[in-house]
Design a protein around this ligand. Sequence first.
Ligand code: FAD
Length: 532
Amino acid sequence: MTDAIVVGSGAAGVNAAWPLVERGLSVTMLDYGNEDTVYAPLVPDRPWSELRRGDEGQARYFLGDRFEGVPFGEVRVGAQLTPPRMFITADTEELTPVASDTFGVSESLAKGGLASGWGAGVFPFDDDDLTGAPFSRGEIDPHYEAVAERIGVSGARDDLLPFLGDCEAMMPPLELDSAAEAVLERYGSRREQLNRAGFHLGRTRLAACSRAHRGRDAHPYLDMDFWSDAGRSVYRPRWTLDELREFDNFRYLDRRLVLTFREDGEGAEVACRLADGGERETHRARAVVLAAGTLGTARIVLRSLDRYDRPLPVLCNPYTYAPVVNLGMVGRKARDRRHSLAQLTAVYRPNPDEPAVVAQYYSYRSLLTYKLMKESPLGYKATLSIMRLLTPIFGVLGMHHQDVSSPAKTCTLRRGGDGPDKLAIEYRPSDGEERRHAAAETAVLACFRKLGCRALKRIRPGHGSSIHYAGTLPYRAEGGELTTDAASRLHGTRAVHVADGSVFSPLSAKGLTFTIMANADRVGALLADELG
Ligand SMILES: Cc1cc2nc3c(=O)[nH]c(=O)nc-3n(C[C@H](O)[C@H](O)[C@H](O)COP(=O)(O)OP(=O)(O)OC[C@H]3O[C@@H](n4cnc5c(N)ncnc54)[C@H](O)[C@@H]3O)c2cc1C
């Protein structure tokens, strides 16, 4: 019998599988595993500016063969999910439907999951951020280190060090672009005053290589990170999956939709449906690791335990973004050479009793002007001429808030009848939470104003838009149905472990994926000890 089945090939799945496979245990990974077979070969490894000026084939990948890259209407979530990234959310409306008037969902059935298009922002949690987790920063640190080495992390030891902590495996930071340099220069001359107000700014720590690492190239600065994976420099879980597939004791089975697990005397049986043909299939193992993404794992658990109509808590960082004019760029020429990921990160925490707000600064260019044009109150022609002049000085600030569970934030599996089961999500933050978020955003934008960045407006893309889902099966030392123990085992089971964001509650404002990966590595290592 196989030692362990891992469900899902995303950030959680591949990092949970790694320590099991490395220790010689037999692992089968079950995954739906959608891939992009259309666009990836079409995007040349050349700078964005050259492609825009001269590539005759650019319309295909920039706009999409069916113009699927043009967000008509009010679509504001996942602007980074360009046509070459749309495989990430493919088939989810049909196979993993959600019913909600209050919460927008982006789930993934892709090889590599959502992190096939993530922003690669790496934010190690401190002890405060780990409130509720069964480990401290000191205990998770070796797993942060192991994952940082595995995925390649670059960053600086700057003003964010007290908030992120050090990382031995960290490579030097990626180069800043001209706009971020202008912001950082102004910060240098106003640092003391801003630090006193609780505002600290530094370079964004990124899961991207600034030098060659594990067969991947140093970042090529083509400004094409939203469109392609040149040199495999930015981390995608597929790179770890490729490495896992080199091991004889690892088996990857895709085109399978996992439905349920069932424990028996020796371990567990996992039932899935084949994507091609629809037949059912079962697999047995001594242990199961669920890493189907927070919402995917909730579906599998609730269905397996027949807990339909039983609400689970759900969390997702509240998110607001603001287009900003960066006055430091007026009269300054922007270098063409740049990456497209977040350039700078700010942590705003004026008072240790209040949770931090985390803001990221992006220079706006390669996501194309038409997405900003939608937000203009002026007519099309006027907006186009203004945008052409202004784009070089535009930036985007994304602000994330902490989330805590409440009875008004739930997800509930409803029986599908003839079709697939539906996850019904209710998400209604209290007025107090909304007021606190708005006040903190005003303060963060005031700090950025001192750095020459003037916000044009605030856009709240709706609940769920940060795509940082968590908190459905939280850690609880005291036990309890639909919670997890310190080893991430689902209470009431012997052999079922949870390795994704489901276990984190409350949810820090820092992006959780690096911590998902480190925890998955911890869960895999603990299970490897247990299975011997
Ligand atoms: C545009 C974007 C930018 C982001 N930027 C950041 C960032 O900068 N920093 C950060 O911390 N986070 C970021 N995130 C969030 C991050 O991508 C997710 O937190 C992370 O990828 C979650 O990983 P996961 O493995 O838990 O789940 P997922 O990525 O959802 O992976 C789920 C896996 O399970 C498989 N699966 C699901 N259900 C089934 C089933 N029933 N049967 C078989 N297989 C199944 C899928 O095929 C997939 O392989 C971003 C997300 C997006 C979309």
